[in-house]
Design a protein around this ligand. Structure first.
Ligand code: GLY
Length: 367
């Protein structure tokens, strides 16, 4: 394989051979690794992103910027009080406070922005985009992120809906039968049944010492006709998390990665596993080496399985007792999604159709 130095040497020679000679001092450094081609716009997202992919493709078809398009898409879910996985109505931390994480990447400008542990702002993805556009930084956290959002004109709002507050009260009561919190009589026996609205669409249920814990996120990526790519991931993170906990969603390379020459990937599920394996970056690098989006997602999931050595994170088969999903798109507009366990689905908008498709997977669920 030719080294970069060989490549530059060879291509410089080509310039001379066609008569450009020294009149063209540095025409080839910075030339695109992949030349532009017209592709059909495609958007891929976690299963809770049906409306997001539709919005994103409409926006790019109307000539909108790819990052504006995906952020507009996920804003629909962030503002929805009935979606408990992100933004307004997201499930709170241990103290009953909603803390949100988000990151964005803009392929054409190689830009990135993120916020973590931000409170009181409904659309953290939009704040992440503003971090990218209006600061020299990539990641703002906590109070600093909130102050920045307020300075940009975002209103401070209570993100805890009555529904998510009730769920937190129930969880707190079930944590221990030796404290003074009683299970609210209207909620029945106090067993650990999953809440009625949990499904595989962007929500993962994690087995843990205090029963199943919901963990929801939305990731959305788009490619436009010119082959420009952007992505966003946004979440309220792991329900009942330790205050200050940051998941993979705002970590560039973990919950999201975009390389405009190659493709994009984002994740949902147990953030700690994705961070430790640099998940989304790994998927993009695997696509760079020639793998299809689906195969790249599966290979990155195998790395998570290999990294999961702690007995508390493994089931009786020695497999992870949690879920992780990847969603990817490449420069040719090919897309895919994969999960550790069967049954997950992802959202896609392509060729004028918006639908959910089955994710590829490593393991059947019922073993
Ligand atoms: N993947 C979302 C989180 O772990 O916070």
């Amino acid at each position: 394989m030719a080294s970069r130095r060989d490549f530059l040497k060879t291509t410089a020679g080509v310039g001379a051979a066609v008569g450009l000679g020294s009149a063209v001092p540095k025409p080839l450094i910075g030339a695109p690794a992949v030349h532009r081609r017209v592709v059909t716009p495609v958007s891929v997202a976690s299963g809770n992103g049906l409306e997001a992919v539709d919005t994103a493709v409409r926006a790019v078809n109307a000539g909108g910027d790819t990052l504006e398009a995906v952020v507009e898409g996920v804003n629909v879910v962030e503002r929805d009080p009935n979606d408990s996985s992100v933004g307004f109505g997201g499930l709170p931390n241990l103290d009953g406070v909603v803390q949100l994480d988000s990151s964005v990447m803009h392929g054409p400008s190689r830009g990135a922005g993120a916020v973590a542990c931000i409170e009181g702002i409904k659309t953290p993805s939009r704040v992440a985009m503003d971090v990218m556009r209006y600061t020299d930084h990539v990641l703002l956290v906590g109070k600093g992120a909130q102050r920045f959002a307020l300075s940009m004109g975002y209103p401070l709002e209570n993100l805890l809906t009555e529904r998510s507050r009730r769920r937190w009260i129930e969880w707190r009561a079930r944590m221990s039968d030796r404290d003074d919190y009683l299970v609210p009589p209207e909620t029945g026996s106090g067993n650990d049944e999953p809440f009625e609205d949990e499904d595989s669409y962007g929500t993962n249920l994690i087995d843990s010492h205090d029963g199943v814990r919901p963990q929801g996120t939305i990731n959305c990526n788009v490619i436009n006709r010119e082959g420009d790519i952007s992505g966003v991931t946004t979440t309220s993170g792991l329900a009942w998390k330790v205050p200050g906990r940051v998941g993979d969603s705002p970590i560039v390379g973990a919950g999201l990665y975009v390389d405009n020459d190659v493709g994009a990937c984002g994740s949902t599920g147990r953030g700690e596993a994705v961070i430790k394996t640099c998940g989304s970056h790994s998927v993009v690098e695997l696509m760079r080496s020639g793998m299809s989006p689906t195969d790249a997602c599966l290979e990155a999931l195998r790395r998570i399985v290999t990294f999961t050595v702690e007995p508390r994170l493994r089931n009786d088969d020695g497999r992870p007792n949690f879920g992780v999903n990847y969603y990817a798109i490449n420069k040719n507009g090919e897309y895919g999604g994969a999960a550790i366990y069967a049954g997950a689905r992802f959202a896609v908008c392509v060729d004028g159709e918006t639908r959910r498709e089955e994710s590829a997977y490593l393991f059947e669920r019922d073993r």
